[in-house]
Design a protein around this ligand. Structure first.
Ligand SMILES: [Zn+2]
Length: 135
């Protein structure tokens, strides 16, 4: 099972993720974290989706290549988290919903690399990543 725990994020991202959740709540958004850390095996299963397994392609990263697989001192320390805004209590997957833009702006204000921003190399609205220069 991929983790949804904030504690499985990189320490710097734990702080940013909590700030992100607080600011989203203050803006009237109801945010669900769908994934923080996932194992290499789980990453490869996801990579197979849309290639050798049914479903739509959701990632270009194999095991160890995703920010969600990162470890620090032998422990999960994901460098990204995925979210979905809930509207009327239900996940709103349609990225045209304005709550996605508000959440994206809040993440970017905190210095996170939001893959839903216009011009992102691989557009992935749920994905917020710790900048590479943070160790
Ligand atoms: Zn992600």
């Amino acid at each position: 099972m991929p983790s949804r725990r904030i504690e499985d994020l990189h320490p710097a991202l734990q702080t940013l993720c909590r700030q992100f959740m607080e600011r989203c709540q203050a803006a009237g958004l109801d945010i669900l974290i769908t994934c923080t850390w996932r194992s290499g095996q789980e990453q490869d299963q996801l990579y197979a989706q849309g290639r050798t397994a049914p479903g739509a392609k959701v990632t270009n990263a194999r095991a160890g290549q995703s920010a969600h697989n990162a470890m620090l001192d032998g422990k999960p320390a994901a460098r990204a988290f995925d979210i979905v805004p809930k509207v009327n209590g239900k996940p709103e997957w349609n990225a045209a919903h304005p709550h996605w833009q508000i959440a994206g702006r809040i993440g970017m204000e905190l210095g996170l690399n939001w893959y839903g921003r216009p011009g992102a190399p691989f557009r992935e609205f749920p994905h917020f990543e710790l900048p590479k220069d943070v160790r």
